[in-house]
Design a protein around this ligand. Sequence first.
Ligand code: URA
Length: 195
Amino acid sequence: METSWAKLSQQISDCAACALCEGCTQKIPGQGDPSAPLMLIGEAPGEQEDRQGLAFVGAAGQLLTKMLEAIQITRESVYICNTVKCRPPNNRTPLPEETAACEPFLLAQWALVSPKVVLLLGSTAVRCVLGESYRITRCRGQWFERNGVAIMATYHPAALLRDQGRKREAWEDLKQVRQKLDTLGLYQALQRGEP
Ligand code: URA
């Protein structure tokens, strides 16, 4: 999908490619630096996101902010979005056909941001980006590469809220992201919030 931010925003707003749009208050495209070197992909908007119109602003989002702060990266300096742009009913996991319907938007965001590093948050983002056969428990903490972009997966912050025992592994993953950005000469810019 060849597009601009303005066109993409309109296309997302007009989208009725799956039934999720029938139950949500508004579309949540994502937000942050539109040319960020680091892009984060979560699962789907939840109740707070649906209400406020922004990705990752509920409890999981607050933990995500802290996780980024732990590696001295500001939220404003990254781009954050989800595999689907509409809140699924009762916060259920999006169905494969729903993530597939929304995939052109994710790909368009990816193309527009043109990140150097992508952090996948949780299993839905992993399956969507790496492939259906990938499992978060097996692939987290490892680097993958797609068209020159370094990709790391870690646990979704909501999973960390449910199971504190996974925090140590998530911390190791984040340290690897910091190191990769440093190696690519991008870490200082992210700390200062520069392009
Ligand atoms: N969980 C997600 O995956 N995304 C959000 O935006 C909020 C919670």
